[in-house]
Design a protein around this ligand. Sequence first.
Ligand code: ATP
Ligand code: MG
Length: 621
Amino acid sequence: MLCLAHMKSSEIRQRFLKFFEKRGHAVIPSSPLVPENDPTTLFTGSGMQPMVPYLLGESHPLGTRIADSQKSFRTVDIDEVGDNRHTTFFEMLGNWSLGDYFKKEQIEWMFQFLTEEIKIDPNKLYVTAFMGDDKNSIPKDIESAGLWKKLFAQRGIEAKEIEIGSEENGYQVGMQGGRIFFYDAKKNWWSRAGVPEKMPAGEPGGPDSEMFYEFTDVPHDEKFGKFCHPNCDCGRFLEIGNNVFMEYKKNSDGTFSKLPKNNVDFGGGLERLVMAATNCPDIIRVNYQPIIEYIESACGKKYGEKSDETRAFRIIADHMKASVFLIADGVIPSNADQGYYVRRLLRRAVRFSDFLDIDKSILSEVVDSIALMYKDSYPEVYAKSSSIKNIIAEEENRFRETLSKGLKEFEKGTDAFTLFSSYGFPLELTLELAKEKGLNIDIDEFKKEFKKHQDLSRSGAEKKFKGGLADTSEMSVKYHTATHLLHQALHDVLGEGIMQKGSNITPERLRFDFSHGAKMTGDEIKKVEYIVNQKIKENLPVNKIVLPTAEAEKTGARHFFGEKYGDQVSVYYIGKDIQSAYAKEFCGGPHVENIGNLGTFKIQKEEAVSQGVRRIKAVLQ
Ligand code: ATP
Ligand code: MG
């Protein structure tokens, strides 16, 4: 299939930003891929992520209408790469109304942008809306549906509304000639916690309305379900954007009420908009052409001919672009944190180039074509390209030295930890090889060895909290427990809108950073101190429980939004049992056994660290 890029991504990006600028939006630059001042999450995975404080009520210095194109990296999508529409790195176009305009403007502008500005055929557009939630008395979003219906009618399209319900039901009932589809909260509801049931009191959320493009040349694949529908994963329908309408808040009695001010959050994948604007059902073909050509010349194979080779091309192309952008934002391949992901991407790219019979180092050469593609839109990538090349070349050469030996060891049945420590195989690479061969890998054994030998945990709160502790002296441990009390007390006094941004503990004091729009008043500080000291007087016990992550989330224990945890996490709770506990958090410890001897808690300082982030320094006297 040949795809002609009538409109390249740089043009669509520019048109989008201009379109919203003309409509009163301040255009802001992309935040880095590694969040600034936010040690709680590894990567920026959406345009919304850096905007969360403002969506929760903090005022944005540039006003109530904002637009941008945000570099995004999603580790969760790594296994999707190879299909026709997922990449780990992509740009997300976004626009926001912070208590300003709402559904009418947003939906009309979106329709106009898609059909007039980038000339997508409206006959190929489909939309979804929230079907309502009887249990929680949240009504069906007929307002959004009505707005879409009118816009389609203006283009001579009668937009029939179809009630689908769950995604699973979609496969049973199919399209039924519909244009506007109503889905349940799993598909068309947004809150930080997920569906309405999962939301804690005070949390905002709302329905969303998504837009899909239909590739009429891509036949439905029954492997995914009997009938196709917009949320089917076969590749015929492409989600191009999502309009979130934040209009509700959960009350403490579990009911929902309207927020005093509504927000709009739109996020749409730039590369997917290019696909729709060019009617090209292949995200790589239409956005990664120079990389594909380079790989073709290196291996003498043609992209698009054999499906397993095409998958390898796609993986290499994605992983290389993602690595280039991550390295440009300061991430260096390593065995921990963000660096681990770059290492994993690069080594995986090497393995798939091996699959294409490329036996010489070529990955660093690909950097030039990527840098050139983004010369105008991301000049810093271009400027840094020679040092990026060096970093990639070193990583590639090192891994190539051991790759073939490692593959032989794998065939012999060598354990995952040895493959990791002696041959540089990230665990996920071994798991993937095992899956291809239908073998099982003992992950627990790997983890045990991994811990024993290096004690490098690359994800989860455990490390983050340990990172916050200067040592594990008795005083540091006391301050650590006091930090949990403080965290909860801040929620009690300032509301559920605040979020932990970091913590640092020494035997002399605790330091705690959190998002909050305003300086705390003297009264608020006193209240927080009072609550913490009251709890200390109650001499509550501190307990730990290890649970599967999904179970742990259900306990309502605090954890970092967007953070990916392992299969099991430990939850520390302060109280007799987990239900009635005063404070609970995903945490690796250590903590005191009872809080009665913490002393008297005193806040010494409350100050700003950056826009919307406050810092508390406190002591136990
Ligand atoms: P999908 O179901 O296709 O994975 P999503 O529900 O994960 O999409 P959102 O989290 O709503 O997507 O992100 C907003 C938009 O970002 C999507 O509408 C899509 O256009 C784009 N997007 C999301 N994930 C990717 C990806 N892996 N590659 C390219 N674009 C993406
Ligand atoms: Mg997704």
